[in-house]
Design a protein around this ligand. Sequence first.
Ligand code: 5GP
Ligand code: ZN
Length: 160
Amino acid sequence: MTACIFCQICAGTLPASVVYEDKQVMAFMDIHPLGRGHVIVIPRHHARQLPELPPGLADYLFVVARHILKAQRALGWGLEGSHILLNDGPQANQTVAHVHVHIIPREKRDSLPSLGRLLMHVTGLYGPVVKRQRLDQQAQALAAQLARLPLLTAPELPAA
Ligand code: 5GP
Ligand code: ZN
């Protein structure tokens, strides 16, 4: 079995609260959210860093991330602002070595708790886990909003 936890989520051997999936990407709730409704988008194809991805897939990752951002805002999350974040490499605080985009909604007056969680995050301790039931509820709410947006079309890519 692969040691990569995000590949395990893709394979369905590690649980996740899935927001969206197609043949190229998956989006799911972060279990240690840095903001309410924090989502991670990953390619199914394992690559450690962005330049290793086929260009069409890298572009599509951000197309999906933008849809997630819209769905979050339709739910009122991140109306004041969000982080669209990709930590590309260990020196840039990447702790899971599988390319992923974070979409992290921020709220007014959340700077202090957010900073605390961020400090935990960069140490790899991550901080508190949100209950699966709560994450599932958030994932379902986001999926319902995504269904109202124009359909996403996963690109056909040459075999890796
Ligand atoms: P990085 O630091 O690599 O940019 O972010 C890795 C992210 O993966 C962190 O935000 C962390 O909370 C999240 N994470 C780590 N393990 C799991 C897991 O088992 N499930 C989910 N859904 N997220 C995880
Ligand atoms: Zn992987």
